[in-house]
Design a protein around this ligand. Structure first.
Ligand code: FMN
Length: 162
């Protein structure tokens, strides 16, 4: 079964996930690895990776999802906020809303991804409040992600979806 890994990654977190999926799957069956591109549409299954932008996938992934028709799809993504599983579920639902009719989602995975230091600097300039403290704590918690455990859980999700 052929596959394509299509991903968008500004700072490398989602790319780490994309590379882990590629390493876990048979190399000879990969027909495309890279940014959103119509070349990927020929694959039997598409692994689509996104970084979270305003609570959904980034625009390039949204456009790509709209172009799908009858493909099988595994969704994976990273988000700066990661405390609650329900947060990831909400993002995934918004991402799926972009899907063309007929495409089937075989599985999905999300984990937290570190954010640039400029985000922390912005938080630091805010007036002290419980919300600011929570955002700073989340920023620090994100710094180590994606980690080895995230990648192991990703590989397990990919194996289960096949
Ligand atoms: C412009 C911008 C918007 C973002 N919006 C969100 C958001 O709405 N929710 C969230 O959890 N993380 C948000 N993030 C954090 C990124 O989704 C997160 O750091 C992700 O792991 C980046 O992935 P990448 O390294 O593959 O680009 C945002 C980051 C940027 C730069």
């Amino acid at each position: 079964m052929t596959y394509a890994i299509v991903y968008s990654s500004r700072t490398g977190n989602t790319e780490m996930l994309a590379r882990a999926i590629k390493e876990a799957l048979p190399q000879g069956d990969c027909i495309y690895f890279g940014g959103p591109d119509a070349k990927a549409l020929e694959a039997d299954i598409i692994y689509l990776g996104f970084w979270t932008d305003k609570g959904s996938c980034d625009e390039s992934c949204a456009e790509f999802l709209k172009s799908l028709s009858e493909q099988k799809l595994f969704l994976f993504g990273t988000a700066g906020f990661g405390g609650a599983p329900v947060y990831f579920s909400q993002i995934l639902e918004r991402v799926k809303a972009n899907l063309g009719p007929g495409a089937t989602v075989t599985g999905s995975f999300m984990c937290q991804g570190k954010m640039p230091m400029s985000v922390k600097e912005r938080y630091m300039q805010m007036e002290d409040s419980p919300r600011r403290s929570a955002m700073l704590a989340n920023f620090d918690a994100a710094l180590s992600h994606p980690d080895a455990e995230d990648l192991a859980r990703l590989r397990a999700a990919v194996a289960q979806a096949k």
